[in-house]
Design a protein around this ligand. Structure first.
Ligand code: GLA
Length: 327
């Protein structure tokens, strides 16, 4: 073979390698804000399942603050990744994340928490998968209202702990959905007490809820709702720590991962009455497959996907999980 023939062949091989992305060449990052939370561990687990099935590499990164997010994106770029999915610790990092992804030539999708621009509007150009926050919040409120009725409590005597995290739009939508359902059922607005949490974990929710309980020692019956299971578990732990019996508390969370299931498995019922189970499989597996197809087949993901939830209580969580294909 002449030198010029060899050169052409080598050139063709290079072109081929650069053009088509082989599964084994695809590397995708999955960045989450709270790696210790069971929900995010489940997302990673299902994302890894997608990686195994499709044959790409998935890089799991925990990024609890803005600095870590920016470093993670640079790191993915340096590793030769082609894209990433992120649940950001702060949605206001939106424009910075978009710019950083572009600078590193990385495709970008968000999961759970949608990025906002400088005026607080969702960044619609970034494909997103989140939960139907208002609807799921309404399901929480309906479940609590139903249980209040069943227990025969007088609505006027019940206090509500609203565990809030107002810098996160999905958190606002979830608690507002719950409040709407409760008020529809006749729950008095004046009995709803705000418990703003400094972080979205159980400890921060416990601290926030304790302040509310201490301010209203006269109230006998309590309900609790918030962003997720961790928020409601924090409120329930707070009621326990001030000596309110479990039978006087109805907390309903959102999530359905181990934090909730372990609570249901306790031999004696606690004030954690139920959870609206959402789907870490859709959020982890589907976003990863979407990103893979975007990279490998140039098929852009849907702009917005909102997933649903299903109420489960201590009594029926095993059946509900089975129905949802979680067991
Ligand atoms: C937010 C919450 C998580 C989980 C997801 C679901 O990110 O912090 O606990 O509820 O939404 O999308």
């Amino acid at each position: 073979m002449k030198l010029w023939q060899r050169t052409i062949l080598a050139g063709a091989a290079l072109l081929f390698a650069a053009g088509a992305a082989h599964a084994e060449d695809v590397k995708i990052g999955f960045v989450v804000k709270q790696p210790e939370e069971p929900w995010f561990q489940d997302e990673w687990k299902f994302a890894q399942q997608a990686a195994k099935e499709k044959g790409f590499t998935l890089v799991e990164i925990g990024a609890e603050d803005g600095e870590k997010v920016m470093a993670a994106i640079d790191n993915l770029g340096a590793q030769g990744a082609q894209g990433f999915i992120i649940c950001t610790p702060d949605v206001k990092l939106g424009p910075g994340i978009v710019a950083k992804a572009a600078a590193n030539n990385l495709k970008l999708m968000t999961v759970d928490d949608r990025l906002v621009d400088n005026s607080g509007q969702p960044i619609e150009s970034v494909p997103h998968m989140g939960i139907s926050a208002t609807k799921i919040g309404e399901a929480v409120g309906d479940a609590i209202a139903g249980e209040i009725k069943k227990r025969g409590w007088n609505l006027a005597d019940v206090g509500a702990i609203k565990v809030s995290y107002d810098q996160l739009p999905t958190a606002v939508d979830r608690v507002n959905g719950a409040i709407e359902s409760l008020e529809k059922a006749g729950f008095p607005e004046k009995n709803i007490f705000n418990a703003p949490q400094a972080k979205t974990d159980t400890e921060a929710a416990l601290n926030a809820a304790t302040t509310v309980l201490n301010a209203h020692p006269d109230i006998k019956h309590w309900i609790a709702f918030g962003l997720n299971d961790e928020a409601v578990l924090g409120a329930v732990r707070a009621t326990e720590s001030v000596g309110i019996p479990a039978a006087n508390v109805i907390g309903v969370g959102i999530g359905g991962a181990d934090s909730a299931i372990n609570e249901f498995k306790k031999p004696t019922p606690t004030g954690f009455f139920g959870t609206v189970i959402i789907s870490p499989k859709r959020h982890g597996y589907e976003t990863s497959v979407d990103m893979y197809e975007w990279i490998a087949d140039n098929k852009a993901p849907p702009a917005l996907t909102l997933t649903s939830g299903e109420l489960a209580t201590r009594d029926d969580y095993q059946q509900v999980r089975k129905q949802l294909g979680l067991q």
